[in-house]
Design a protein around this ligand. Sequence first.
Ligand code: HEC
Length: 191
Amino acid sequence: MSAEETRPSAQSGAHGEAPDYDGIVEHDNHLPRWWLMTLFGAIIFSVGYWLYYHKLEGRPQRAELEADEKALVEARDKAIASRVNDESLLAARADAAAMGRGQDLYKTTCAACHGEKGEGKIGPNLTDASWIHGGKPSQIFMTVTRGVPEKGMVAWGPSLGAAKVQDVVVYLLSIKNTQVVGKAPEGTPEP
Ligand code: HEC
């Protein structure tokens, strides 16, 4: 047997047969129909998806998400508000540990904007009798929870949680009406 004969041939057979490489035969079959259907189907689907969700706003997901989030926040606020009230907050002032935690939290988290003693800085004076968002304990609680984002007051509820917000409000109730000289009163005077 000559070397010529054992050398692999990569050529098609004379009658258009599949090429043979070292005895491995390559068939040039057509792709199965089902396979092509999934490929073209996915391409067509992706164009439709892109148009519907990203271009035509068929279902504005962002608006949907925002509405859901708003509903969630409202539901949570409601749940908290149903537990916390003026009486429970005023009563919590007797809890020295809560008062201490609230004071610490105030110093680390709030003093930068409301002053070391609550006399006001960027944020309003918290020791006067005037309140922009209401001076009742439950109103103060809600202001701290929700914040006033458009005015630069952070919504502390999500980051601190209701328990810590309650602590800091208890502390605020202890400095309320102590009239520390500082930022001029803002809002409505309350008795
Ligand atoms: C980045 C600055 C900043 C920080 C930090 C901040 N506040 Fe404020 N806060 C403000 C501003 C500004 C306002 C005024 C909002 C307005 O004009 O409606 C405000 C308003 C308030 C009010 C309402 C006062 C009123 O007259 O009704 C309360 C209560 C309050 N803050 C409590 C807190 C507490 C408690 C913390 C810490 C957990 C805190 N704030 C941290 C900037 C801040």
